[in-house]
Design a protein around this ligand. Structure first.
Ligand code: GAL
Length: 389
């Protein structure tokens, strides 16, 4: 098609708003604008929550045909279709085909944005400026991933799709009222996903509060680089840019110690198969890796945190973050949930690399602070990139 005309149906109604199309201007030899590259984020209805709230699904595509789907419940990374070393596409993250799946007890925070405080808070309690706050305990004696009912993975976010510099994305916003799940302050959270032409999913987090409050946002995607539903991740090889980790007690709360990884099964400074030493870890519920690693980069600048190689598919996941820590969780609590397309997510068949501050930081004065104060902005970037080798 050689045309300078915009198609009639260019302005489409998306999610209750007008979508702005992206035009890649391609000027060919004849000097006219040829084959305009029309890229638009696809928006569809994904279903309705049990509370009657409609959930949108957003489909992002890049120039290599990589497809990412996001859903507004939990600002969730729901699908990521990427080629293997032979060019075959697989969806490499866990998820469900419908809202009911995400609302079910089988959902171990698949792909969700976890918060307001991802990871654990010991005893479901903390103090800020002398005032004590009590939260719901949803993980034995502790609070996990922001609480019981209206943690950030369970609420429906407002999504706004965009196209910028040829890349597609969705900006999600959720305003958590003062006191929600027991946390102080009205917290305005933004999570922006961008699919880049380097096959990266870039996640930019941003938040502001009107009262001092703890915050620790992360993404809880489970990856299996052979394709979600493949039997194991114990054959994946992992490298972590971490000389130290935070040992935990029998309820997975850090002891406060920052321990060297050298000479332990936590030493991933060079690639090791996840399965090689996982069974040496028997001291905590679930056993296996479920630990925070203290990243070598503590500058707040984007730096490599982890790499995962899958010898079978040739896919390699690289994780970059501005955060000081990453939680490695290897699916110890998975028990065979039925996910997308009827695939089964068995014990240790998915792994999470959750970039974040350290668990229970709000009660651990020696850990980097998670307190956000009015007038300050919380910011965090995490980039997941999948390539082949
Ligand atoms: C992880 C956490 C695990 C488990 C999981 C959800 O982030 O480290 O212990 O709770 O979430 O099943």
């Amino acid at each position: 098609m050689a045309s300078t005309q915009q198609p009639q149906n260019l302005r489409r109604h998306i999610g209750g708003r007008q979508a702005r199309p992206f035009w890649g201007a391609i000027v060919c030899g004849c000097g006219v604008l040829c084959s305009p590259m029309f890229a638009e984020v696809k928006v569809a209805d994904f279903g309705t929550t049990t509370d009657g709230i409609a959930v949108k699904q957003y489909t992002l595509t890049n120039s290599h045909g990589v497809v990412v789907k996001l859903i507004a419940r939990g600002a969730t990374l729901a699908e990521w279709h990427v080629p293997d070393q032979h060019g075959n596409m697989d969806d490499v993250v866990f998820g469900f085909d419908d809202v009911a799946g995400y609302e079910s007890k089988d959902n171990g925070y698949f792909g969700a944005t976890a918060g307001r405080v991802a990871n654990r808070i010991a005893g479901g309690k903390f103090k800020i400026d002398g005032q004590e706050y009590t939260l719901a305990k949803n993980d034995g004696p502790n609070t996990l991933h922001g609480g019981l009912q209206r943690s950030l993975d369970k609420v429906v976010w407002e999504g706004q799709s965009f196209e910028k510099n040829g890349e597609q994305g969705v900006a999600f916003k959720y305003v958590s009222p003062d006191g929600e799940e027991g946390f102080p302050g009205k917290l305005t959270c933004r999570v922006t996903y961008t699919l880049t032409d380097k096959n990266e999913v870039r996640i930019d987090y941003n938040a502001a509060t009107d009262k001092a409050t703890p915050i620790n946002l992360t993404n809880h995607a489970y990856f299996n680089l052979s394709g979600a539903g493949s039997p194991t991740i114990l054959d994946h090889e992992l490298m972590l840019a971490a000389d130290h980790y935070t040992p935990i007690d029998e309820t997975l709360i850090p002891t406060g110690q920052i321990a060297p990884v050298a000479g332990t099964p936590f030493d991933f400074r060079e690639f090791h198969k996840i399965g090689a030493r996982v069974d040496q870890l028997t001291d905590q519920p679930g056993k296996g890796y479920d630990h925070n690693f203290v990243l070598n980069s503590q500058t707040g600048k984007l730096a490599l945190a982890a790499k995962v190689r899958d010898p079978k598919s040739g896919r390699v996941l690289s994780v970059y973050t501005t955060e000081p820590g990453v939680q490695l969780y290897v699916g110890n609590f998975l028990t065979g949930a039925k996910g997308k397309g009827g695939k089964t997510y068995n014990h240790r068949s998915g792994l999470c690399l959750e970039t974040q501050h350290y668990p229970d930081s709000i009660n651990q004065p020696k850990f980097p602070s998670v307190i956000l104060r009015p007038g300050k902005t919380y910011q965090h970037t995490c980039v997941y990139q999948i390539a082949t080798e």
